[in-house]
Unconditional design. Structure first.
Length: 380
């Protein structure tokens, strides 16, 4: 067992989160697959300080290191609701960290502080119908007008989209300026012209809401611009590193859960008068799973140790996201195999893990895009 990483220092924090998870999440996981989780859970998480562990105290955070944020994610993933864990991470560590990095005092006060407190829910609007992997192909336009901007366009697959109080979105502010023609905005969801599509039906992550968002002549004041005009693409590339690293954290925790479920089941299930865990072929499956999860965790903690020191390593982050999401899906699939027909039934939690795990090789940049990034940094 790896013990010398900073993550092991957060035992008290882990205990607090685990208790919350056991009382407030675990009993409702099945129900939320059908109904979606209630937004109220975000308020409770905010009260307990779960969104702010990695943020400065002056904004309501507790100023701990990055491993504290990872510890919170790992404990929430262990509850077995991939949809809630994804929604949590989008809010806590994907949509709000650009505000800390680029926000004005007013933006920090109006968006980051209430987001950390769980009073406002955030969503992140990058993907568009014609721009997925090719983010630069996005078509949402922000036109400069007196006192602000007018936004027109649409976003798709937006996590928290139905419940969000505000959306951080990227739009084109100058079509002729190439990569310098994008900017990021903070847009309130109650703005006139902002509308939300229906909740999309998904293979997994069913407790979360994923939706389309339409922007029709939405006016936002100049103060809605996050960071500098024209620097949105650069800012987004910075944001994606954090997004991928916390996603990799969720994948390693998810893979561990699939392995734990497999070990438990294999010890309990009897066939041919013995627990199936005594069959060499299954013991070897489990040993392979253990090895892969260990390797993914080692890579994750090593990359996170650099991130924690402020060193952003895009190649290593993409390697970590690629490997962790593949290990998660392979472990989920093998765990289902070990569960036999029971694993395919809804009442066995491995069926949900299997559905949820599949997204991770797509969302936050697909496997193929991670490989493109790795190859680029290998200068091949
Ligand atoms: C449940 C869910 C939640 C999501 N949440 C959010 C969210 O909150 N906010 C947000 O902005 N987005 C969100 N997304 C969008 C997600 O990030 C995109 O789906 C993802 O980036 C892939 O884009 P795409 O779906 O358009 O696929 P495409 O880009 O169309 O890709 C299709 C296939 O082509 C491959 N491909 C594309 N380009 C290349 C290339 N250059 N080289 C090799 N292969 C390539 C891809 O790898 C993939 O296999 C979410 C998606 C889902 C499904």
């Amino acid at each position: 067992m790896i013990t010398d990483y900073e993550v092991d220092r957060h035992t008290e924090l882990r205990k607090t989160v685990r208790k919350f998870v056991q009382n407030e999440i675990v009993p409702y996981v099945e129900e939320w697959e059908e109904t979606g989780f209630p937004s109220e859970i975000f308020r409770k998480m905010g009260e307990l300080g779960l969104f702010g562990v990695f943020y400065p105290e002056e904004y309501g955070g507790s100023d701990m290191d990055y491993f504290a944020a990872m510890a919170v994610t790992e404990e929430i993933v262990a509850a077995g609701s991939g949809g809630l864990a994804m929604a949590f991470n989008v809010h806590a560590l994907m949509a709000t960290n650009p505000i800390l990095k680029y926000g004005t005092d007013e933006q920090l006060k109006n968006y980051l502080v209430p987001a950390i407190a769980g009073e406002k829910i955030a969503a992140l609007g990058i993907t568009e119908p014609s721009a997925g992997s090719d983010v630069a192909g996005l078509k949402t336009i922000a036109e400069k007008v007196d006192g602000g901007w007018i936004l027109n366009g649409s976003k798709v697959f937006i996590t928290n989209g139905q419940r969000a109080d505000f959306l951080i979105l990227i739009a084109r502010t100058n079509i002729e300026a190439g990569i310098n023609g994008y900017s990021i905005f903070l847009v309130d969801s109650d703005n006139e012209g902002y509308s939300v599509g229906k909740k999309l039906h998904k293979v997994g992550m069913r407790s979360s809401d994923t939706t389309e968002i339409f922007l029709e002549n939405v006016f936002v004041p100049s103060t809605a611009l996050l960071g500098k005009e024209g620097e949105g693409f650069k800012q987004l590339m910075w944001q994606l590193n954090g997004e991928r690293l916390i996603q990799a954290t969720a994948c390693v925790a998810g893979a561990q859960r699939c392995l734990d479920l497999a070990v438990q089941y294999a010890k309990e299930r009897q066939q041919f008068n013995k627990p199936i865990s005594k069959k060499q072929v299954l013991r070897h499956y489990l040993a392979d799973m253990q090895t892969e999860v260990g390797a993914a965790r080692a890579l994750l903690y090593q990359t996170a140790a650099a991130y924690n020191k402020g060193e952003i390593l895009p190649k290593e982050i993409s390697m970590t996201k690629l490997f962790a999401s593949q290990v998660y899906f392979r472990t989920a699939d093998q765990s289902m195999q070990i569960h036999g027909g029971y694993g395919y039934m809804d009442e066995y939690p491995i069926s949900r893990e299997w559905r949820d795990a599949r997204l991770m090789r797509i969302g936050g940049g697909t496997d193929e895009i991670q490989k493109e990034i790795i190859a680029k940094y290998m200068e091949i």
